[in-house]
Design a protein around this ligand. Structure first.
Ligand code: ADP
Ligand code: MG
Length: 589
């Protein structure tokens, strides 16, 4: 079914719900609360589920949104609709400041950092005089349109759920775009994303702000719904609960946020209502039962309830077709350039006492396939990491067309025309082959987050996807284009990485053990592809252990042993080189 149909159905159901005759007002209030929580959870979906940044502090951003409007509306009498952009701005600005500090933290420090400022802000809200300390701000005016004042839960319901729907559509648009792919790549670590030009720190900050703005929106709505604001709902406990909602619903899915909000809020309400009736009035019992039920739920659906439910319903969303005629402009080659394409001159890398790369020099010319061989631990992958800017050199020079690139960041190296694959495959397993490969073309598109959210990126996107499709077909994986990358064999995943690298339109392709895990026929196809690329003007530098493959394919071979270059020459010369035989080839024989 088309993409918009479920959204339309959802909108119709949500519009009809409060109009059902005899619907108890109590349920409407519950639905309002679900909508408010869903907004925060949706931000967390992007931040935590998709971007991999766990935050316990989202409730504080609701506080920024709520207090901003409450203060301006009560003290200065500003109309609530005018405070909306200000509420979002304050939440967003707070996110920039906290984000700059927080997203640099890694591992467990990041969630701990969010807990820390979650608690601090809670105390700040409750200590500031002008925010009314613990009493907060009361008599916040209701939202109004013309003479309609939204005092009751039934009218503001439409505003809340309208905002939920708009936010869901914008978020889904964002995820299905160039920026969205960059965000989705974050969870798998920085290295692959940066190797194709993604500014990961900026992408993290973006999702941080996005999530905070959604929380700020929820806070703004909350202030005009409750019509009073105090610190309690913006404290650390609420922050934990929002994260819970996102995880229960399915942290990687926009609708998981909405579903999670419904499950958690209804469950809490039901338990609070009925347990005391069953077991007498002792309080707190519901919290224990609530906890147990949620743990059971996560046992049943570890990835969250949304993906579990949608796997039960056999409805497929139709993918929009890729417009095959869209094309990117190829990189401007420099045919007049003289000298080698890549020049590695006494490159050195030490890890403490280990000299992984010991003053290694070699060159790669235009239209040439050079193989880098040597025993395990010889320093081949480290050499690749030095060339592509993943590691900084300890000494020496690396030049591309005479321009020094040692210690240039990976994003610059790929921009200049070097693209690579990884010895340990670095794809995003829950993205399709097409989406993974399209990351390779990241720098060749320019649609930003806002353009994508408004879906004004379609022309740009069509070009990227058409290019990705072409490269996937070129490497022979056309049949797998819509599969999840994680479902392919390891050998195929290596080929997907080659397609991704080709999408960057490189002058030099760096392949780290591309033939590992391939069957004989597949290796031959790969060799044919690499020859064809070379004949088309590309250079290839590859690391490979299959000597038959290397000897047959390479124009020149560089041999490393213990970080040191021990030989260089044509395949025939290398085969008979006594030192090489002693260090490496002999061991194979
Ligand atoms: P190859 O790819 O030729 O098998 P590597 O380049 O991966 O070899 O490794 C070369 C040497 O550098 C090995 O001794 C390895 O243990 C060491 N090494 C590689 N990366 C690191 C690192 N990040 N920290 C410390 N030592 C490393
Ligand atoms: Mg290696």
């Amino acid at each position: 079914m088309p993409r918009w149909l479920p959204i339309l159905l959802f909108a119709a159901v949500m519009t009809a719900l409060p109009l059902i005759p005899g619907m108890p007002p109590f349920w409407i209030v519950l639905l309002d609360n679900i909508g408010l929580a869903a907004l925060v959870a949706m931000g967390l979906v992007l931040l935590t589920g998709v971007g991999g940044l766990t935050s316990f502090g989202q409730a504080a951003f609701c506080g920024f949104g709520a207090y901003t409007t409450a203060y301006l509306a009560t003290v200065y009498g500003v109309s609530p609709w005018l405070t909306l952009p200000l509420s979002l701005l304050v939440a967003g600005t707070a996110a920039v400041l906290l984000g700059l500090m927080t997203v640099r933290l890694s591992g467990h420090y990041l969630p701990l950092g969010t807990i820390a400022w979650g608690i601090s802000l809670y105390y700040l809200f409750s200590k500031l005089d002008f925010l009314g300390r613990n009493d907060g701000i009361s008599q916040v005016p209701p939202l109004s349109i013309g003479s309609l004042q939204m005092f009751d839960p039934e009218t503001i319901y439409f505003v809340i759920w309208g905002m939920v729907l708009i936010s869901a559509v914008l978020t889904m648009n964002l995820l299905d775009s160039r920026t969205g792919r960059a965000i989705r790549a974050l969870r798998r670590g920085h290295i692959a994303a940066e190797a194709f030009g993604v500014q990961t720190a900026r992408a993290k900050l973006l999702v941080f702000i996005y999530a905070a703005v959604l929380a700020g929106l929820s806070g703004w709505l909350y202030a005009h719904f409750q019509r009073n604001v105090n610190p309690t709902p913006f404290g650390p406990q609420a922050g934990i609960e929002y994260l819970f909602i996102a995880v229960v619903g399915g942290a990687g899915y926009v609708w998981g946020g909405v579903l999670g909000a419904a499950i958690v809020i209804i469950l809490k309400e039901v338990l609070q209502g009925y347990l005391p009736m069953l077991f007498g009035g002792q309080g707190q019992l519901e919290i224990i039962v609530f906890g147990i039920l949620l743990v059971l739920l996560l046992q049943l659906a570890p990835g969250g309830v949304w993906p579990w439910l949608s796997s039960l319903i056999p409805i497929k969303i139709r993918r929009s077709r890729v417009d095959a005629s869209a094309a990117l402009t190829p990189r401007e080659r420099t045919p007049g350039a003289t000298g080698p394409l890549l020049k590695v001159e006494r490159a050195r890398k030490q890890f403490g006492g280990v000299v992984a790369v010991n003053d290694v020099s070699f060159e790669v010319d235009a239209r040439e396939i050079v193989a880098l061989i040597g025993p395990n631990g010889a320093g081949k992958s480290t050499t690749f990491n030095l060339i592509t800017g993943i590691l900084t050199t300890t000494g020496g020079r690396i030049e591309l067309h005479g321009k020094p690139i040692d210690n240039a960041p990976p994003q610059d190296v790929v921009q200049l025309g070097i693209a690579r694959t990884f010895q340990h495959v670095k794809l995003v397993p829950d993205m399709t082959v097409l989406e993974n490969v399209a990351i390779g073309a990241h720098l060749r598109g320019n649609a930003g987050a806002l353009t994508s959210m408004l879906r004004l990126d379609r022309a740009d996107e069509a070009k990227l996807l058409a290019e990705a499709t072409r490269q996937i077909e070129r490497v022979g994986l056309g049949g797998e284009i819509d599969q999840l990358a994680g479902s392919l064999s390891l050998g195929q995943q290596r080929i997907v990485e080659i397609a991704r690298a080709l999408c960057a339109d490189p002058m030099l392709l760096l392949l780290d053990e591309p033939a590992a895990g391939l069957r004989h026929m597949e290796k031959q196809r790969l060799a044919a592809l690499l020859r064809q690329l070379r004949d088309g003007g590309m250079s290839v530098l590859l690391v490979e252990h299959d000597m038959g493959f290397v000897m047959d394919l390479a124009d020149r071979i560089v041999v490393l042993d213990f970080g040191t270059r021990i030989a260089e020459g044509t395949p025939d010369a290398i085969k008979t080189n006594p030192e090489v035989i002693k260090a490496y080839l002999g061991a194979l024989a």
